[in-house]
Write a protein that binds this ligand. Structure first.
Ligand SMILES: [Zn+2]
Ligand SMILES: [Zn+2]
Length: 263
């Protein structure tokens, strides 16, 4: 049983399934007490079907989750947020969403590099040192804005990086963790890739795409507090036991485990 989750998607993103209410019911049956929806953010004027919902779905998302919040108030604490990249051109939008209390929180998941209104590449498929450096830079810019409560899967850049934890990859881990330390910003151990890809062997290393353990060893050396994110894309995923992998990493590296976001 795992007591909280602030990283949950909905069918609106186009690569998740189940109704909003089914997620809530699954969370209740899994014993989750504090539960946050953080679907992939919808951007005004930026359409990316199968990646995120359309901006026109914002009102429906807000209305639906807020209704569930009331309906299940006696069984579970529900919060409304988004998982979002930081793109400077949407700075005012991120502020508006939070300052006008449309959503309660944002978590930073820097999935893509944007060029104009086009996605240039997915950082989970980074194949060169230059691209992971770009990830580190973009992520750190986002972290410093103060718009986000924690960083989702900071180790995303290692998912398909073909050179293992080389000097560039280590340097990026240090840069991210040093910044997190300076800002007092937690990082998230994300369970998504444990489910969709599982263990594999690359360069003689048996590992998950993420969490990538050598990254977390560095995070521990900076004494960074962590959350665990289930990153559910189907209600049943809230009931899995992949969190055991995260708890083992937390125990092994003596990471500080935060279990409650304050609202
Ligand atoms: Zn993500
Ligand atoms: Zn996610």
């Amino acid at each position: 049983m795992f007591p909280y989750c602030y990283h949950t998607h909905t069918a609106r993103c186009g690569h998740a399934s189940g109704t909003d209410e089914e997620y809530v019911l699954a969370a209740i049956s899994a014993g989750i007490k504090r539960f946050g929806f953080s679907d992939h953010i919808f951007y005004p004027g930026l359409s990316s079907p199968t990646m995120r919902g359309e901006y026109s779905e914002l009102e429906g998302y807000v209305t639906s989750i807020n209704a569930l919040k009331v309906k299940y108030a006696r069984q579970i604490e529900i919060h409304l947020g988004f998982e979002s990249e930081y793109y400077p051109e949407f700075d005012g939008y991120y502020k508006h969403l939070q300052e006008d209390h449309i959503v309660e929180y944002l978590i930073l998941g820097q999935h893509f590099l944007l060029e104009g209104h086009h996605i240039k590449y997915y950082f989970g498929d980074s194949r060169t040192p230059e691209i992971i450096q770009e990830y580190g830079r973009a992520l750190i810019v986002g972290m410093k804005t103060g718009l986000f409560r924690y960083v989702a899967h900071p180790d995303l850049y290692m998912a398909n990086y073909p050179f293992g934890f080389d000097e560039t990859a280590k340097q990026i881990a240090h840069d991210i963790c040093r910044t997190a330390k300076e800002l007092g910003m937690p990082l998230e151990i994300n369970l998504g890739a444990i489910r969709f890809r599982g263990l594999f062997t690359l360069l003689g290393e048996t590992r998950y795409a993420y969490p990538y353990e050598p990254f977390w060893e560095i995070a521990a050396s900076y004494d960074i507090p962590v959350y665990v994110g289930i990153d559910a894309h189907h209600p049943q995923e809230l009931c899995g036991d992949e969190y055991q992998v995260a708890l083992e990493i937390i125990k092994k590296y003596k990471l500080r485990h935060l279990k409650t976001l304050k609202f």
